[in-house]
Design a binder for this molecule. Structure first.
Ligand code: COI
Length: 349
């Protein structure tokens, strides 16, 4: 690994009690370039701009994908990554779908660990805080023919994080737009999936909602995801989440929630979540909770669903009553080394 330390660290300007997610970046970043059919050496360098022209293929044709993951600090100052092998597997799954050359586990994990290690002082400690890591892959060749790029960059940047959505949010169940189509790139963490979600989300916001529940592109009868998250629904004491498919992202937080729900002995059904069943449950009072999960947000609890012009309120449960809160606490306690790690999810850096 090539290491070039920052000569102008900004950490002394960072106030861990006063920052917003995603606007401040740690002193270093990882870069690694691909050309002539192979990945080069991993470089740990000062965070900053990298020079490309507008003819860069990644910005013209969207050959770009990313990951979201976090590092956590415990009360003794030890630092842990959470299930980094899952993000490694997924970035290569995304890369494959976008015809981007896959990266080795060594490039991914060594880069991550070196970055987190050198900038460990940037990791905030305290409830809801972490360091959000953003590994990304994008096409860098300067060419305008619409074809697979011959040059790429793998990079990791990181930003201190705290709770992403603070208050309960209202979500509109989409009856027109969809996030993904069969045979498309929905299961990849493709940059373009996020671009395509912004306009429908903006329309939902104009209607008074915060987010969208994405339904299937064919019939809009089934839940798929919510905002940038996977979605869970609780009817009576059973929780439901859509199965992953080529349209649904295989979320690490989703998988962790499933394992934690099983450990708690909560009834869990992974399969079709029908919009009409959720609406009926809301009407007859058996719909207890709907929530989203993702790395950035961890858990976002929904207070209302928008459906066919109607705003349907969800019950306000106490923390003790809420499965979403219980599972979130189980997860965060493992991530931050406040609980046993029966699944072997923490990786000490
Ligand atoms: C994540 O939860 O890591 C995401 O991908 C959401 C992100 C777009 C902020």
């Amino acid at each position: 690994m090539i290491i070039q330390k920052s000569t102008n660290p900004r950490i002394s300007n960072f106030d861990p009690n006063n920052f917003s997610f995603g606007n401040v970046f740690i002193d270093h970043m990882i870069i690694c370039e691909y050309e002539n059919g192979k990945w080069g050496e991993v470089q740990l360098v000062p965070y900053g701009p990298i020079g490309f022209t507008p003819a860069m293929m990644g910005v013209n044709y969207g050959q770009a994908c990313f990951e979201g993951m976090k590092a956590y600090k415990d009360k003794d100052g030890q630092v842990f990554l959470f299930r980094p092998e899952k993000n490694f597997e997924r970035i290569n799954k995304s890369a494959k779908r976008l015809a981007i050359p896959e990266i080795s586990e060594e490039i991914f994990l060594e880069g991550l660990k070196a970055l987190v290690d050198i900038d460990r002082d940037w990791i905030p400690y305290g409830e809801g805080t972490s360091l959000y890591l953003r590994p990304l892959l994008f096409a860098t060749e300067e060419a305008l023919k619409a074809r697979i790029s011959e040059k790429y960059m793998f990079a990791i940047v990181a930003t201190p994080a705290k709770s992403y959505y603070t208050a309960p949010v209202s979500v509109k169940i989409s009856d027109h737009y969809s996030r993904a189509a069969s045979g498309g790139v929905g299961a990849a963490k493709a940059a373009g999936n996020y671009a395509a979600s912004f306009y429908p989300t903006q329309l939902a916001i104009e209607e008074g909602y915060d987010q969208i529940i994405w339904t299937d592109d064919c019939s809009h009868e089934y839940f798929e995801e919510s905002g940038t998250m996977n979605v869970f629904v609780r009817i009576n004491d059973t929780i439901y989440t859509p199965s992953t498919s080529d349209k649904i992202l295989d979320g690490v937080t989703r998988d962790s929630f499933i394992k934690l729900a099983e450990k708690r002995g909560i009834n869990l059904v992974i399969g079709d979540v029908k919009v009409s069943d959720v609406i009926e449950a809301q009407k007859n009072g058996t719909l207890k909770e709907v929530w989203g999960v993702g790395t950035a947000v961890v858990t976002s609890i929904f207070e209302a669903l928008g459906y066919q012009g109607e705003r349907l309120e969800l019950p306000k449960l106490s923390d003790e009553e809420s499965f979403a809160v219980q599972l979130k606490n189980d997860l965060v306690n493992i991530q931050t080394n406040q609980a046993e790690d029966p699944f072997g999810w923490r990786v000490l850096v």
